[in-house]
Design a protein around this ligand. Sequence first.
Ligand SMILES: Cc1cc2nc3c(=O)[nH]c(=O)nc-3n(C[C@H](O)[C@H](O)[C@H](O)COP(=O)(O)OP(=O)(O)OC[C@H]3O[C@@H](n4cnc5c(N)ncnc54)[C@H](O)[C@@H]3O)c2cc1C
Length: 378
Amino acid sequence: MISFWENKHFLTYDYLIIGSGITGLSAACSIKELEPNASVAVLERGLLPTGATTKNAGFACIGSFTEKWHDLELMGEDAFLQLIEDRWKGLAKLRSRLGDPQIDYINNGGYELLFANQHISQAQLQHMNGLLKKIFNQDVFKTDASLIQAFGFNKQMVSNVVVNPLDAQINTGKMMRALYRLATSLNTYVATGAEVVSIEESGSGVNIFVKNPLSFEPILFKANKVAVCTNAFTGKFFPNLEITPGRGQVIVTQPVDDLKVKGVFSFDEGYYYFRNIDNRILFGGGRNLDFEGETTTEFGPNQKILDTLSFYLQEMILPGKEMKIDQQWSGIMAFGKNKLPLVQKVSDHVAVGARLNGMGIALGSKIGEEIATLLVNG
Ligand SMILES: Cc1cc2nc3c(=O)[nH]c(=O)nc-3n(C[C@H](O)[C@H](O)[C@H](O)COP(=O)(O)OP(=O)(O)OC[C@H]3O[C@@H](n4cnc5c(N)ncnc54)[C@H](O)[C@@H]3O)c2cc1C
């Protein structure tokens, strides 16, 4: 049975946020910035955040050239530029909110590896740089084949490198600890092990039923307004929203002697990505090898993809070097057809901020801000 104290001090809020990834915690901070006296709580089903944010690669980036080219064709100029600007603003918000030293923001640049069958023309580079100048006031992409040798890649496999000096890396673990510290310092209550099983509008507010591990009866939380920041897992509550889950596989090597790789790297339109972390390589991706198998909300390995990651790691990224894989994990992202995130009200008192399309480090703070504004002003 719920006590008088629990009822009065733990279960009723002005704002409840479901999900404690970067979007949920950012939304909590933004609500407190907009309405400092509001009572805010975050409900997280895992003991740790258990979606994409603490599983990701830590690329603080606007993305690779071939991925951008594909996006431009898919979205058209206006939506494309808007998305890039949102990513840049989201990164600026994250950095100013938490501070670069707290998240280990390091700008070693971004690099895309091209294969012999991939050719980028000068006209394409100029067109893309011309468009992006509207945002960055500088050329963003250039090619530099001398980097193949400088980074120690296999010359038989890599034919050129596209450089993007704006892309950077962060330490995802430190970023999430810093965001958690900020949210709680703003007097947000973060409950972990709190899986929301249903959300029901009730007159002037919302009833949220949370699984109670110690009883068959769920615990009822109440709020005036609710932000659903459950990304790939949002379909459980709102099956009609266009949100497709996508699992991502990641490996990390043991420390590598004399590691030349420094920065954030990608190939195959961003489907594969790797970076240095300490003196190791973190390498992820390959979802396009098995779209069907990876369209899932279940965590777990995919052997075909892991074998391919090992192959590229040994043969292309670290040719001739001794390397051992130390750790492996997966995370679950959320995708939509047009690459745009989804921020919308789904009922009078409930809004969703989700579908970050694999760009959450850049977009998470911005989407958190947008959902907070929607709820506070709506
Ligand atoms: C392998 C991998 C690599 C990536 N690399 C990068 C990268 O380098 N750069 C980049 O910008 N982006 C990257 N991304 C994408 C980025 O991590 C996501 O876009 C971002 O983390 C999404 O944040 P979120 O808070 O919206 O969702 P999530 O981090 O998924 O958070 C949702 C939270 O909701 C919780 N939840 C779900 N259901 C319930 C429920 N019923 N009750 C309570 N809580 C619930 C989950 O446990 C989870 O903690 C990567 C993602 C993956 C998986």
